[in-house]
Design a protein around this ligand. Structure first.
Ligand code: HSE
Length: 405
């Protein structure tokens, strides 16, 4: 039996321990030796849990037990997760994690330590919850030159936008629902303001180019400014608003744009129908063409399933490193202001003439959909920086949302 330890007995960590028991037969088919969670590290005690006897409070007990070969880090946050992961890898213990914050910040460093110590650092659950996407990026898509990734990468906000689209429900109420379902981060601002999706597109973009795309370099907007009126307008023009992470690389032109922001997605795009807690990652490879990965992006068992798949992989490769192509060389991103796109804009009706004048060729959007004193329109393609300058000339901008496609 391969002995493992779980760091953090929260939503995902408890899911990992339970899943290993529930799906023992399936795991044993892949790993006949079997895997057993010997320790659970948490600050708390769990007197009512069937796993209470495995709970320890001192990380050194795990680190100093030579039986431990695999660690599952589901603590979240940078510290102490970073220090614990580093210490484990330095001792040759493989680490599997769902911690996107840590992977986005220290991924290449931890991968290097793992390689030097003949063990592995795997992070399938850090992007897209239960969706297998890291392994396909790393293995199945390796021969491709990936030129575009568009992802719905945050379950909480997609759940919220979907509920707001189909029902009259307030932002606060739907956020509480997402929290009660175990989708949201401890501090849900990371979901709402787009930071979580931003870290995930940073990880995918890094795997796309093999270098480090720093999430701090990625322009990031969340959904807090999106209103029910915007949602209604989007529906009226055959679109749905989704928080997207987008990465686009053109090697010939030498450009690499990455962004996290809400977009109006057309009904014709496969991402349009991705609703609720589901996430999807749409990838374009130069010869493969389009491929899309879809599944539950958050929640206890879907995320735990991805972590356990990594734990099994590590258990099958003890003493060996499972390579991941991601160096610490920083990838320079293109100036986001030079990126061209179309925008949905809502201004006061009194500024209609100005809109028609400044955005020549713009199309009025869904007249009568919003308040009477609204003028809503879709711009022709315009560079982001030029758009921002033009928008300054209006005195009452009610919303501006990017258009996908
Ligand atoms: N808060 C995250 C989300 C959890 O809603 O997607 C999964 O990473």
């Amino acid at each position: 039996m391969i002995k493992a330890a779980v760091l953090g007995f929260g939503t995902v960590g408890s899911g990992v321990v339970e899943l290993i028991d529930i799906n023992r037969e399936s795991i044993d088919r892949r790993l006949p030796e079997g895997i057993e969670v010997k320790y659970i590290l948490d600050l708390r005690d769990f007197p009512d849990s069937p796993y209470k006897d495995r709970v320890v409070h001192d990380f050194n007990i795990i680190l100093e037990d030579p039986e431990i070969k695999v660690i599952c880090e589901t603590m979240g946050g940078k510290e102490p997760a970073y220090t614990f992961s580093k210490k484990a890898l330095e001792k040759g213990i493989s680490v599997c994690t769902s911690n996107k914050e840590l992977v986005a910040a220290h991924g290449p460093e931890l991968l290097k330590i793992a390689a030097e110590n003949h063990c592995s650092y795997l992070f399938e659950a850090s992007v897209g919850g239960g969706i297998p996407i890291i392994r396909p990026m790393n293995v199945s898509l390796a021969p491709e030159s990936i030129t575009q990734i568009i992802g719905i990468l945050n379950g909480t906000t997609n759940y919220m936008m979907t509920r707001m689209e189909h029902e009259e429900i307030s932002f606060d109420e739907v956020l509480r629902e997402a929290q009660s379902k175990g989708y949201a981060e401890k501090n849900p601002e990371a979901d709402i303001e787009g930071h979580d999706a931003c870290r995930k597109i940073a990880i995918l973009s890094s795997l796309m180019c093999g270098k480090t795309v720093r999430y701090e370099d990625i322009p990031c907007e969340g959904i807090s400014s999106i209103s029910m009126t915007d949602v209604a307008y989007a529906r009226s023009i055959g679109r749905a608003i989704k928080l997207l992470g987008i990465s686009e690389r053109d090697e010939k032109a030498g450009t690499f744009y990455v962004r996290t922001a809400p977009y109006m997605v057309p009904a014709s795009h496969p991402l349009h129908g991705v609703e609720g807690v589901f996430n999807a990652v749409f990838v374009h490879g130069n010869l493969l063409d389009n491929v899309m990965f879809y599944g539950r992006g958050a929640g206890k068992f879907p995320t735990a399933s991805a972590v356990v798949s990594d734990m099994v992989d590590c258990a099958m490769n003890i003493g060996q490193n499972i390579p991941v192509r991601w160096s610490d060389e920083v990838m320079e991103l293109s100036d986001p202001g030079s990126k061209t796109g179309r925008f949905f804009v809502r201004v006061a009706a009194s500024e209609k003439d100005k809109a028609l004048d400044l955005f020549e060729g713009c199309k009025q959007a869904a007249p009568g959909c919003g308040p009477e004193d609204d003028f809503a329109f879709v711009t022709p393609p315009v560079a982001e920086a030029a758009f921002a300058e033009l928008l300054k000339q209006f005195s009452d901008v009610r919303s501006s949302i990017r258009i996908l496609g």
